[in-house]
Write a protein that binds this ligand. Structure first.
Ligand code: PAP
Length: 333
């Protein structure tokens, strides 16, 4: 996997004009409830979106030209993409940087990998261009050129209960929310909305998001690597090797002997990343605390937030939607 220095691009390439251009298209869509009284979502091709995000989705649809060598790190929100981005970025740049020089030391992982639907050049502030892009887009809404160019895609999913709880906690820290908790739907209401496919920023229903990539990974396993957060936690080494193989830059015998795999795992671990100064302080351009993407990093934390009945309900919703797909989530997480 090749990477090259590029001029850092700090600002989004999406302008106010592009936002206005899509106003008519967006306002013609069906509306649904967000997670606060003032926010509403729009249903675009089977998925809900906050209008600002949808603008980015439409902008990417109309403007993004993928290169065959591009690799997309795709996920629903809160399924561990910060971790996936850090691991992938380190793997891709391991011949250029080490622990002390890696851009991951001074930039949050989201800034090292550009985000497709936020103006795709946005956040390449590391000054290092890799073939990696991040996206929360559902498979069916990826810009056509990504599929047509045969780009590789890594998809990361997570148990729906932990995903919901992570999302709930994150949303409470969203700008405007922490100061006015009364503006936020209750946990119970948020849970109900999640079970109906409505999430604060959109991208839901969660099950359709997961299923789109799952089915595509069965059809084109050589192009789509389907991963689960829980498997990454259980055997990180196997996942890191799988990623390097998939990217086309497998670890050499020498690298393995020198402990490169373990070094990457250690640097990108929750404990190590969340303790870097850059990840403890500062805010994203959207004014969200950088540390909001580092909460607990555990499997099964939903038990501290949802009761057993809620857990069972969400498991049942997922099970019903995934029936016949061959994809399951262990209900015991
Ligand atoms: P995003 O959608 O805002 O990018 P994302 O990174 O996908 O968020 O997910 C955040 C979750 O990944 C958090 O889970 P939690 O709320 O249950 O704790 C976060 O703690 C977890 N996470 C972040 N970094 C790591 C890491 N290095 N290892 C394991 N989990 C991590």
């Amino acid at each position: 996997m090749e990477s090259s220095p590029v001029k850092p691009i700090v600002a989004s390439n999406m302008s106010l004009e592009s936002l206005q251009k899509y106003e008519d298209e967006i306002s013609a869509l069906s509306k649904g409830n967000g997670w606060s009284p003032s926010s509403c979502l729009y249903l675009y091709k089977g998925f809900w979106f906050h209008p600002i995000l949808l603008t980015g989705v439409l902008y990417a649809r109309d403007n993004f030209e993928a290169q065959p060598s591009d690799v997309f790190l795709c996920s629903f929100m809160k399924t561990g993409c910060t971790w996936l981005k850090a691991l992938s970025f380190y793997i891709a740049t391991r011949t250029q940087f080490d622990d002390s020089t890696s851009p991951l030391r001074t930039l949050v992982p989201h800034y090292c990998v550009p985000f497709l639907e936020r103006g795709f050049q946005y956040l390449t502030t590391s000054g290092v261009k890799t073939p990696l892009f991040g996206s929360h887009l559902p498979y069916t809404l990826l810009p056509k050129s990504i599929i047509d160019s045969g780009c590789k895609i890594v998809y990361l999913c997570r148990d729906p209960k932990d995903t919901f709880v992570s999302l709930w906690n994150f949303f409470r820290k969203a700008p405007g929310m922490s100061e006015s908790e009364d503006q936020l739907v209750s946990l119970k209401e948020g849970f109900e909305l999640f079970c109906k496919g409505l999430c604060p920023y959109g991208y839901g229903p969660y099950w359709d998001h997961v299923l789109g990539y799952w089915k595509a990974s069965l059809e084109r396993p050589e192009k789509i690597l389907f991963l689960k957060y829980e498997d990454m936690k259980e055997d990180t080494e196997a996942c890191v090797k799988k990623l390097a193989d998939f990217f086309g830059c497998p670890f050499s015998i020498d690298e393995e002997k020198q402990g490169m795999v373990q070094k990457i795992i250690k640097f990108c671990s929750f404990e190590s990343l969340s303790n870097l100064e850059v990840n403890k302080t500062g805010k994203t351009p959207g004014m969200i605390e950088n540390n909001a993407v580092f909460r607990k990093g555990k499997v099964g934390d939903w038990r501290n937030c949802l009761n057993a009945g809620m857990g069972e309900r969400l498991d049942n919703v997922m099970e019903e939607k995934l029936t016949g797909s061959g994809l399951t989530f262990k209900n015991s997480y």
